[in-house]
Design a protein around this ligand. Structure first.
Ligand code: ADP
Ligand code: MG
Length: 238
């Protein structure tokens, strides 16, 4: 069980209220997509779930447990960012294994898990390469590999495909959908790409200035946007 629940969450930076009052429950295994204009607080909300930022008020619950005071490593989550953040001096194998090393896993187990993940993401022939010897799509796959090797209960993606070209984005979108099907983990995915949101999401959460403007299944938001703002983000104004 790894549902994610935000209760009365607020976040201020230097006196500026960035997350105003968010109550949201993302079900176990749900694929939830956050959309909204630049600066509305999408990344901050993910970072609050991950524990990379601390809440100013409210609480964060994962799998029914209050994790508000817990550090990122103890939350059972993995995060994939827009910039791949791979270690340039480490091979693909070492980059993927990095998450496990920190968890004190045994060498033989590490090797087996890395091979399994590399197989899933078609990285097996590339394990001994360095990041600079990979394409953008391959690098992002390594970043995803490093996240899934730990078998997290919850995945957080912050615009993971926005640095990739259009055709690669379509391919990676299909891979992420497949990943969700095979892992059955809870996913929270930030994007500004409407097609990604509509095709990947079980539920879309539209954020505006630190608040949830509307949340619902893609077809529901498309057919019944609460206002012009939501309609603009879901594409039904055109
Ligand atoms: P989004 O991901 O939706 O574009 P962010 O969550 O990155 O938005 O940012 C929301 C707001 O919070 C922005 O106004 C941003 O400038 C501000 N912000 C984000 N992180 C910090 C920080 N560490 N310190 C101060 N302000 C921040
Ligand atoms: Mg952002």
């Amino acid at each position: 069980m790894a549902d994610v629940e935000l209760r009365g969450v607020r976040k201020r930076f230097d006196g500026t209220q960035v997350i105003r009052d968010v109550d949201l429950r993302i079900g176990d295994g749900e694929f939830c997509v956050f959309v909204g204009p630049s600066g509305c607080g999408k990344s901050t909300l993910l970072r609050l779930v991950a524990g990379l930022e601390s809440v100013s008020a409210g609480s964060v619950h994962i799998g029914g447990e209050d994790v508000t005071a817990r550090p990122p490593r103890e939350r059972g989550i993995a995060m994939v960012f827009q910039s791949y953040a791979l270690y340039p001096h480490m091979t693909v194998r070492e980059n993927i294994a990095f998450g496990l090393e920190m968890g004190r896993a045994r060498r033989a187990e590490i090797d087996a898990r890395v091979r399994d993940v590399a197989g899933k993401l078609e990285l097996a022939p590339l394990l001994d390469r360095l990041p600079k010897q990979l394409s953008g799509g391959q690098r992002q796959r390594v970043a995803i590999g490093r996240a899934i090797v730990r078998e997290p209960k919850v995945f957080l993606f912050d615009e993971p495909l926005s640095n990739l070209d259009a055709s690669l984005r379509v391919q990676m979108r299909i891979e992420i959908a497949r990943l969700h099907q095979s892992m059955r983990s809870t996913m929270i995915y930030v994007t500004h790409d409407q097609v990604e949101a509509m095709t990947l999401a079980d539920r879309i959460v539209v954020l505006n200035a630190g608040r949830v403007e509307q949340a619902g299944a893609p077809v529901e938001l498309y057919r019944h946007p609460r206002n012009i703002f939501v309609a603009g983000f879901i594409g039904s104004t055109r």
